[in-house]
Design a protein around this ligand. Structure first.
Ligand code: FRU
Length: 502
């Protein structure tokens, strides 16, 4: 049965490859709802970003991919590369299912000292560690159907060889046991692997990326537990001259606005154990459409670069796109910032995106009078400044489709309503108001950056000290911004059109 599936999957892949050279190719990336400056797969289904690594020359984006349909199915790793994380080049599928199972989420590193022995010192291997999901064993109600596998590439991620003695971590009996994140830990001179096991994190250590030993667990009783823990990430960030460790944990369901979301913990890591005295629950992004996000390994300047999947398991498989489904968030740089006396994880779109901007001349006086800002298109960046305590504004199309935003600085609230944003009929959950109740209260004014890309809106408050990502599906372009508060404590700082990347 399984070999029949592989033949079928290979045949479908060949067919898709053949179609992609046909005349219809010219339509690709112009389909309704297709983001123009966000990464999305050329065709078919995508979910989590995987194997985020810089190889010394370029950034790799592997991703959960189903090459035969626009809904989730037997997972492969799709692949794209970029010099700047702005313009992406599609590559052939990197990892295919095999006798151990399909290929779930995971991560990649450059094994620069060839500790694994799988390359040579002159040509160190790129190593990927991922979860094998044995769907047949799951159907038989076994409990050890998710294990951790390894693969290596000696040509910078183009072709891959599975490690001969997979899996490298066996499952001791957890139904959910997945999404390994590996990284080099300088202080303990070892590789670390972070993995989730249902309701907690497990940390492993290794000298060679092959033999792993469990060193500790974290989180049984802390943080949000409204759903299963997924896609961990653990990394160091500096703040006020000190090193802090940040743990990302995606959960589904149980997000602050329903369904999927990614929480974070700030704490300490000594090479074996992660500890945190954080009691409040904090979210990387308070919107519903930023899930399973993780960060890059081996970045050239040590910056902490993050990409998430711009959807939510509540409706991801039902959104009204054809031919392809879902996109990644804008790549974002993560920092720690002290806000109202405590550290928060700040995320802002990467600087390299500036190259896509064409700044627009705006007559701010007449916008204040007319209360309307006409945008050059629905690919735009708008920076607003709010001095009043409350404000309301809406982004809308000529068909009166709209996304409404209400800010109340005294309460620290931002509410986003996309119930009239176009197609919403594919999910009841989609129309619920989105409430962000964690805006800082100490500053005298607030900046709000809006990044609009045809079917997505990413909102960054106070340079990303809180963010909210939402997708929408309007028939006409959302290219106007209306507010009765323009000129009354709400002003426009900057407007740019954003070029397409395809
Ligand atoms: C998160 C997730 C991961 C898993 C993958 C399967 O969205 O559920 O936990 O590895 O997707 O596609």
């Amino acid at each position: 049965m399984r070999s029949f599936y592989y033949v079928l999957s290979f045949a479908a892949f060949v067919l898709i490859a053949a179609c992609s050279t046909s005349p219809e190719k010219t339509q690709v990336y112009h389909e309704p709802y297709r983001p123009q400056y966000h990464f999305s797969p050329d065709s078919m289904w995508m979910n989590d970003p995987n194997g985020l690594v810089h190889d010394g020359e370029q950034y790799h984006l592997f991703y959960q991919y189903h090459p035969n349909d626009i809904v989730w199915g037997p997972m492969h790793w799709g692949h794209a590369t970029s010099k700047d994380m702005v313009k992406w080049e599609h590559k052939p599928i990197a990892l295919f299912p095999d006798e151990h199972g399909t290929i779930f989420s995971g991560s990649a590193v450059m094994d620069l000292n060839n500790t694994s022995g799988l390359g040579t010192p002159e040509n160190p291997p790129m190593i990927a560690i991922f979860t094998y999901h044995d769907a047949e064993a799951a159907e038989r109600k076994e409990t050890d159907f998710q294990t951790q596998g390894m693969a290596y590439s000696l040509d910078k991620g183009v072709t891959w060889t599975k490690y001969a003695d997979n899996p490298v971590i066996d499952n001791p009996g957890y139904i959910d046991f997945r999404d390994p994140k590996i990284f080099w830990h300088e202080a303990s001179d070892s590789w670390i692997l972070a993995l989730v096991a249902g309701d907690h994190l497990q940390l492993y250590r290794s000298e060679n990326l092959i033999d792993w030993k469990l060193s500790s667990t974290f989180g049984h009783e802390v943080g949000a537990h409204g759903g299963v823990w997924e896609c961990p990430d653990l990394f160091a960030l500096e703040a006020n001259g000190e090193t802090h460790w940040v743990l990302l944990i995606s959960i589904n369901p149980g997000g602050p606005n329903g369904g999927s979301a990614t929480q974070y913990f700030i704490g300490d890591f000594d090479g074996e154990t992660f500890s945190s005295d954080q009691t409040a629950i904090r979210w990387v992004d308070y919107g519903p459409d930023n899930y399973a996000g993780v960060t890059y390994n081996n970045t050239p300047d040590d910056s902490r670069l993050f990409i998430g999947w711009m959807s939510n398991w509540q409706y991801a498989q039902n959104t009204p796109t054809q031919r392809w489904r879902s996109a990644s968030t804008l790549p974002r740089t993560l920092h720690l910032k002290e806000v109202d006396g405590e550290l928060v994880l700040q995320n802002t779109p990467i600087k390299a995106l500036e190259q896509l901007k064409t700044p627009q001349q705006v007559d701010f006086e007449s916008v204040s009078l007319a209360k309307v800002l006409d945008l050059p298109s629905d690919q735009a960046h708008i920076r607003l400044r709010l001095e009043a305590s409350v404000a309301e504004f809406e982004i809308y199309s000529q068909k009166s489709e709209k996304i409404r935003l209400q800010v109340d600085r005294s309460k620290g609230h931002l509410v986003i309503d996309r119930s009239q944003s176009g197609r919403t009929d594919f999910s009841e959950a989609f129309s619920k108001p989105i409430v962000i109740d964690y805006l800082e209260s100490s500053s005298d004014e607030m900046t709000i950056d809006l990044w609009l890309d045809r079917s997505s809106l990413e909102v960054f408050v106070n340079d990303g000290r809180a963010s909210a990502t939402v997708v929408y599906f309007s028939e006409e372009p959302m290219n106007s911004l209306h507010s009765d508060d323009f000129g009354k404590g709400l002003s426009i700082q900057e407007v740019s059109e954003i070029d397409r990347i395809w």
